[in-house]
Design a protein around this ligand. Structure first.
Ligand code: PMP
Length: 350
């Protein structure tokens, strides 16, 4: 098996880092305050193990989503949750399913459990065929929604149709759903075969903390608790994530800002003639073109290198027809976006 290849984390300063879909803004000050409090008395609390099942964090996530905390499982990032789901539901003779393209971690986790991977193609018009997912034969299917790296979102109506037809467990990976106009939390509340996974890494700006969680049917939560590490979320991460979930005002302001910048970025790139996917996450997938360059794998590589030489980092996804001609650009601050657009204009003149 091969390891997952994460986006580059450049050393040294001066980079405009638009390659790993991090939030460009600092997290809620309440999260920092919670960490300071947990470190009181010279960090005496660190002597003690944290809540084994992340109880205060699950309570906060329950308040946030109006969801029964008994049916929430927390993890060391949503990657941990995805791993637990595959550990519990996949293995030899029990394949996982995924949209192609989508998150490239799923096959890595499947390989570690000797589970086969069934890929259901996203159509050229970026739609998904519910019958193709439902009939794919997987034990557990990962539906990345909004899709990463494509950026498009599938409507809860389509997801509900998939869940209705599918006999396995449908996992809706909502890492980017806070930036979209809809989510599938109601489906997890209602249906016995839908799990929704969420992360604190994107909208809550806490990627460094490593917290994610799953909203599950009761029996699924019970299984995940059995296969997880006994203390899988550390003490500081638990209190900070819980405080961040309770700070709705911070979240609303930040999401509105990221969405506004995203929409400006999409409009600017379209005006320059780039082929831009609909963007529902905190990133934009777009194929560079100029008067001398048609959209192609080479053009995308050329633009990527031009930007990189100017310390602007974006991401490429070679190897799939729907992504290979494009760049994925994370939504940064207004200033970072201006710097990116200015460099793009220079590349187009070049
Ligand atoms: N799902 C998708 C689709 C992602 O892009 C990511 C982040 N790379 C994750 C899950 C995992 O996020 P985290 O482990 O930081 O919660």
């Amino acid at each position: 098996m091969r390891a997952y290849v994460p986006g580059e984390q450049p050393q040294g300063g001066g980079w405009v880092k638009l390659n790993t879909n991090e939030n460009p803004y600092p997290p809620s000050s309440r999260a920092l305050e919670a960490i300071r409090l947990a470190l009181a008395n010279e960090g005496a609390g660190l002597r003690l193990y944290p809540s084994p099942d992340s109880a205060p964090l699950r309570e906060a996530a329950g308040r946030f989503h109006s969801f029964d905390p008994a049916r929430i499982v927390a993890g060391n990032g949503s990657d941990d949750i995805l791993n637990l789901l595959i550990r519990a539901y996949a293995g030899p003779g029990r394949p996982i399913g995924m949209m192609d393209p989508s998150y490239s971690l799923y096959p890595v986790l499947a390989a570690a459990q000797a589970a086969e991977v069934i890929r259901v193609p996203v159509a050229d018009d970026l739609s998904v065929d519910p019958a193709a997912v439902a009939g794919c034969g997987a034990s557990v299917f990962f539906l990345t929604n909004p899709n990463a790296p494509l950026g498009v979102a599938f409507s809860p109506r389509v997801v509900r149709e998939i869940a209705r037809q599918f006999s396995g467990l449908l996992v809706v990976d909502e890492a980017y759903a806070s930036f979209a106009s809809d989510d599938c939390v109601a489906l997890a509340r209602e249906l016995s075969n839908v799990v929704v996974t969420r992360t604190m890494s994107k909208a809550h700006a806490l990627a460094g903390l490593r917290v994610g969680y799953a909203l599950c049917p009761g029996p699924v939560a019970d299984l995940l608790h059995r296969v997880r590490d006994s203390y899988n979320v550390d003490r500081l991460a638990q209190v900070a994530a819980a405080a961040a979930l309770d700070d709705r005002e911070w979240l609303t302001v930040t999401i509105d800002q990221v969405r506004a910048t995203r929409d400006r970025l999409v409009a600017a790139l379209r005006k320059m003639g780039w082929q831009v996917n609909p963007a529902s996450g905190n990133f934009v997938l777009a194929a560079p073109v100029s008067s001398t360059h048609a959209a192609s794998v080479e053009t995308s590589a050329d633009c990527f290198e031009f930007l990189r030489a100017r310390k602007i980092l974006v991401r490429r996804f070679p190897g799939h027809r729907l992504t290979e001609k494009s760049l994925r650009i994370s939504v940064g601050t207004e200033q970072e976006t201006d710097a990116f657009l200015a460099a793009v204009a220079a590349w187009m003149e070049g």
